[in-house]
Design a protein around this ligand. Structure first.
Ligand code: ZN
Length: 315
């Protein structure tokens, strides 16, 4: 089927689990209650995605405060009581990060229980997002169908991507027998990112510098920001050997796209890539959005893909 749908990964936490509409929101539960709450929230989002008709579902990252922090919390050698302020994404904004104070070591599986649980509760294609290789092979062995590496900084450090970034990505996917993906966006819809985008001019051509290297790599799918962005769609012609997740849902606005708007973004992509390689997706994580807005955006995404499928099926 053409124009299958997925999301970049994260979804809002229910208000009983964490403060809504906030990145890095602290948990509202603790201990065993927290684990039970994360599982309940995962069930809710699997069901919401299935009901909306999303083809490749995720656990909505309900067990993680943030896609990076959620992993680091379970690693030895990192002191969470000692925070360091540092600029990230080439000093676009400052974040308080935990400090490495000893040898970094994985204590045990981190996301395995989450994925075991999600796998037991959905028969849809299941995807997980990781900030690095960490435990990718373990998760693939549990039946995860797509492992996606989130690389939002690939759009910022373009020389590094060419010099060693794509090589690191190749290393990350080594030995994986499932589908692999890389997500490269312009960031969550938060103020520093929105302000940064305003400095990028009338055409955003960052992808152009890294796509040839990515196309030469063994990565299977590439997830991009296209909705409401100034990325020229023609750049995806540089990804001639890849499946492409086209961001057709803007995460920087609470306004819900119409199916026609979603269809139009995906249709623009068909000028430069065959429909069989095009997936409908969100630009980035939906975590900071109000919960009802996120649900409506899932539905809009699926409706838009269906609309275009119908439009093109007769041709
Ligand atoms: Zn993103």
């Amino acid at each position: 089927m053409t124009f299958q749908t997925s999301i970049a990964g994260s979804l809002p936490k229910p208000s009983w689990l964490a403060e809504p509409e906030k990145l890095w929101a602290p948990w509202r539960l603790q201990g065993a209650d927290l684990v039970a709450g994360q599982r309940d929230a995962t069930l809710i989002w699997l069901k919401e995605q299935e009901d909306a008709g999303i083809d490749i579902v995720t656990d909505g990252e309900q067990s993680r405060i943030h896609f990076v922090h959620g992993f680091l919390e379970h690693i030895d050698g990192i002191d969470w009581g000692k925070k360091t302020r540092m600029g990230i994404r080439d000093n676009r904004y400052v974040v308080e990060v935990p400090t490495v104070t000893a040898a970094v070591k994985r204590k045990g599986p981190v996301h395995s229980n989450d994925m075991r649980f999600a796998r037991a509760h959905t028969t849809r294609t299941l995807k997980i997002e990781l900030p690095g290789p960490m435990e990718a092979r373990e998760l693939a062995a549990l039946g995860v169908d797509v492992i996606q590496f989130d690389e939002p900084a690939f759009n910022v450090f373009m020389d590094d991507v060419r010099e060693w970034g794509v090589a690191a990505l190749e290393e990350a996917i080594k030995g994986l027998d499932c589908k692999t993906a890389v997500h490269i966006c312009y960031g969550y819809g938060i103020k520093p990112n929105i302000e940064w985008k305003q400095t990028l001019g009338s055409e955003w051509r960052q992808y152009e510098e890294i796509f040839p290297a990515i196309n030469s790599s063994r990565i299977g799918m590439v997830s991009l920001e296209c909705a409401g962005s100034k990325v020229p769609m023609s750049l995806i012609s540089l990804l001639s050997d890849k499946e492409i997740m086209i961001g057709a849902i803007d995460v920087a606005t609470n306004r819900v796209e119409t199916p026609e708007e979603v269809a139009s973004v995906l249709k623009a992509a068909t000028k430069y890539a065959s429909p069989g390689r095009i997936y409908g997706c969100s630009n980035c994580g939906l975590a900071p959005l109000p919960r009802d807005v996120a649900v409506d955006k899932l539905r809009a995404l699926v409706s838009g893909a269906a609309l275009l499928r119908k439009e093109t099926s007769g041709k």
